[in-house]
Write a protein that binds this ligand. Sequence first.
Ligand SMILES: Nc1ncnc2c1ncn2[C@@H]1O[C@H](COP(=O)(O)OP(=O)(O)OP(=O)(O)O)[C@@H](O)[C@H]1O
Ligand SMILES: [Mg+2]
Length: 369
Amino acid sequence: MSTESVYDQITELVRTRDIIICSGSGGVGKTTTAAVLGMEAARLGRRAVVVTIDPAKRLADALGLGELGIGNQPRSIEGRWPGSLAAVMLDTKSTFDDLVVGYSSDPEQAERILANRFYRNISGALSGTQEYMAMEKLYELQASPDFDLVVVDTPPSRNALDFLDAPRRLTRFLDHRLYRALTAPTRGVMKAVNVAAQAFVRSVSKVVGGEVFDDAIAFFQAFEGMEEGFKDRAELVLAALTSPRTAFVLVASPKRDTVQEARYFAGKLAEADLTVAALVVNRMHPRFTEEMPEALAARSETLGDTDLGGLFRNLADFALVAHREEEHLSGLADQVSPAPVIRVPFLRSDVHDLVGLDQIADQVFGRAR
Ligand SMILES: Nc1ncnc2c1ncn2[C@@H]1O[C@H](COP(=O)(O)OP(=O)(O)OP(=O)(O)O)[C@@H](O)[C@H]1O
Ligand SMILES: [Mg+2]
């Protein structure tokens, strides 16, 4: 067992890793945690960038991503840190467009694809696109000489690990039999269309509406020669995700159902040979006392209907909630062991500015004890 405190351990991640990915189920505090980790890195003198996904409006404003911030390029945040902090709001479509431009053999090919109706629809609607583009952005930023650390917030996925699967899914899509047939000489196209295309066309139609088939063929033909580049790129992204210089921070809340989701998530990461580097449990009820809830309840009984009795009943209720939360958590903590477990209490209000982020940071890094 290491004698380092959990705070030392999470500080070490922020101080040394190249990539930190905050994952977890919807609404648990991924965006908040990602911003806090990036800010701490800046405090430690590193040049950090946070990739956020749909931050709440006021937090976006605080991060300099308000009205003007819509776009795909990092903006630096003013702060008195020895290092620096930038934030970028993920724009799925323009990230995909940048990829197309990057892998086209010439500007005309890029233009043909970007203008294609089929492309314009799938670039937003293909399942997992947002997850994949988050990982793309991550890859692009970690390769940039401007940053030492990229912190990534992940989309609230229904499917826990969509972002891990996304590069593979893109590869599979490009390997699709129909896609191969369509990009092959014309005889193959007709054959494939007759035999195998019905289901594919039907599912694509559902997404993009009628008249799609010509657009689709035009798209696949325009795409010709680019699939190798895309596949190589997907491999690189996957390699970055699985590198030992990348850390996964699992964010959870202490409620029974979110703990279940976090356990599922942790299991999926383990299946993919990825380890949880830290577990952040957000919005915990405070523990005012080490006394057991039953003892407090008994005490309130003996005090009866007095002010003090009322206060003890209140304390007993709080202790019970905190006790239950720890019970819910214990299995998850064991599952991710030896990852440090960082407990963050409920704050009095939402976290919507740098002051709020600072308060969470003080909790995450143990300055609030
Ligand atoms: N410890 C806390 N105390 C009080 N409010 C909090 C705390 N942590 C987060 N919040 C608030 O809870 C809301 C959800 O947090 P956040 O946006 O970080 O979650 P998320 O996991 O990114 O959500 P989504 O899955 O929808 O993207 C925000 O309004 C945030 O300000
Ligand atoms: Mg979020």
